[in-house]
Design a protein around this ligand. Structure first.
Ligand code: NAP
Ligand code: MG
Length: 479
């Protein structure tokens, strides 16, 4: 692997003061690479480069040209698919098969936004006689993008794909815990012909590079994906400059299983929705609401599957990888220990295989139930492979429980009742509802984001192009 470097004005470079921070391999705890520790001076250079790009040819580029650039990105991602997947797997610890699936989604984001770039139409507005009124979508200008470590490549693709499609000049601050794939993708963007300054990447610590970026007066919009706590800090910084934000925060998403559901179809998806990426997914199906009459049957089948889950390093390519860091491991283990101490029954727990490296950040998938809905485990985001099962009595109870946390990101609904399939999505307070499926196919085309503490604004799909642009109204008097 080449030495990780900041991307500023089309040039890969060390931090201005030469400082670095180590990034670890989660499966072993060993140091994987030294990242440049970008700080305020680097962020300022990146924002200035972005401003210059907007004053140059990038600021005058046609939507069709930008679409072609993104299409070349998609092709380069296909060319380097295996290498990118390996970088992502080593850096995040996720099983290689999952990193490969991530890269299929990454390619698809660029393909989607390549095709969408020149389809963002304005409209004409009937107005007074003698006037012509129309709207046009324009880039915000310099956009800041702050992403987490759980799906670095997919996060890069969804926010930078849409940002560049609309002609913004982007400055990305990836998470220090995993950002090597974002640097590899940035290199492909340069190879594809993205002009200097249109995309800049500053690695470093959140409280240094991230804080400097969101407070920079040259930034016109902030897209953030991460925790509600940091989201709050960023919104305060944005308020000082009166800058708009998109906030993709966490979740405690319910999967609601009614007695009439096709349980054979649901079971593998209920498990996958919480163990994918070792539960470190904002839209993880972390609360399983089960109609009381099938509680025993479903829990028995789930427990069997949980106990049989295998853990391993990225190259062992088993079902579940390690958590990202020692900090996350301690946090998730804390939730488990606290729940056990409070007497919440453990229905099943996977066994840690003897061949795991001693320094890896592994936590065995654990199934708890019944979990009192008001218990920490039942309403706070664990961000690990821990599933809380909660029984409900009827539809009204299911809706009440589903909406009972501070979050509102995604919900899953399992029922064969056609009327209920349409009735419930209206009553669920969240940004996405999946009926008899969950997280189907990566959903690049599907607008995504939350309500309540899960945030606001939408990414993914066509909607992201609206999020990453502003609407100008023009009125021409012609008589
Ligand atoms: P996090 O601590 O909020 O970090 C997210 C990003 O913000 C990282 O790049 C981080 O940089 C940066 N950051 C930290 N402090 C900052 C500051 N003061 N100013 C500016 N940037 C700052 O979250 P995380 O631990 O990476 O991820 C876990 C959380 O994110 C969970 O709550 C999860 O649900 C949520 N999440 C949400 C989504 C979604 O789409 N809704 C997706 C993934 C994760 P450093 O890490 O380098 O410090
Ligand atoms: Mg790492």
């Amino acid at each position: 692997m080449t030495t990780p470097a900041l991307l500023i004005n089309g040039t890969f470079q060390p931090a201005a003061d030469g400082a670095t921070i180590p990034t670890l391999a989660p499966g072993t705890g060993a140091t994987l690479a030294a990242l440049p520790r970008g700080r305020a001076a680097d962020v300022d250079a990146a924002v200035r480069a972005a401003e210059r790009a907007l004053e140059g040819p990038w600021g005058r580029s046609s939507a069709a040209e930008r679409g072609r650039l993104l299409g070349r990105m998609a092709d380069l991602i296909s060319r380097d698919h295996d290498q990118l997947a390996r970088i992502e797997a080593e850096d995040t610890g996720k099983p290689l098969a999952q990193a490969k699936a991530d890269m299929v989604a990454v390619r698809r984001y660029f393909e989607y936004y390549a095709g969408a770039a020149d389809k963002v139409h304005g409209s004409t507005i009937p107005y007074l006689d003698g006037y012509f009124a129309y709207t046009v979508r324009e880039p915000h200008g310099v956009t800041a993008h702050i992403i987490p470590w759980n799906y670095p490549a997919q996060m890069f693709a969804r926010t930078i794909g849409a940002g560049l499609a609309m002609g913004n000049a982007c400055v990305l601050k990836p998470a220090e815990d995993a950002c090597l794939s974002t640097l590899a993708l940035a290199a492909l963007a340069m190879e594809a012909g993205v002009p200097p300054g249109a995309l800049n990447v500053v690695t470093g610590l959140g409280e240094e590079a991230g804080a400097a970026l969101v407070a920079h007066p040259g930034v016109h919009h902030i897209s953030f994906t991460g925790s509600p706590e940091v989201g709050g800090l960023i919104q305060r910084a944005a308020a000082a400059n009166n800058v708009g934000c998109t906030m993709e925060l966490g979740g405690k998403s319910p999967q609601i299983v009614f007695a009439d559901a096709d349980l054979d179809a649901a079971l593998p998806i209920l498990v996958a929705a919480i163990i994918q990426n070792a539960g470190q997914t904002c839209s993880a199906g972390a609360r399983l609401l089960v109609e009381r009459s099938i509680y025993g049957t479903l829990v028995e089948a789930l427990a069997e599957r949980f106990a049989a889950l295998t853990l391993g390093t990225w190259d062992q390519d088993r079902a579940v990888g390690p958590l990202i860091s020692a900090v996350q491991k301690a946090r998730v283990q804390g939730f488990i220990d606290h729940a056990v101490a409070d007497g919440i029954p453990v229905l099943a727990r996977a066994t840690l295989p003897a061949d795991l490296p001693a320094g890896g950040f592994f936590v065995p998938p654990t199934l708890f139930g019944p979990v009192p809905a008001g218990h920490r485990l039942g309403c706070e985001e664990v961000f690990g492979p821990v599933l809380s099962v909660i029984p409900f009595t009827d539809e009204a109870d299911a809706i009440r429980l589903a909406n009972s946390t501070a979050y509102g990101l995604v919900a899953g609904l399992w029922t064969r009742d056609g009327a209920r399939q349409h009735r419930l999505p209206k009553r669920l307070k969240c940004g996405q509802v999946f009926v008899n499926c969950y997280g189907a196919g990566g959903g690049i085309e599907l607008p995504f984001g939350g309500v309540k503490r899960s945030g606001y604004g939408r990414e993914k799909g066509f909607e992201a192009l609206h999020t990453l642009s502003s609407l100008k109204t023009v009125l021409v008097r012609h008589d």
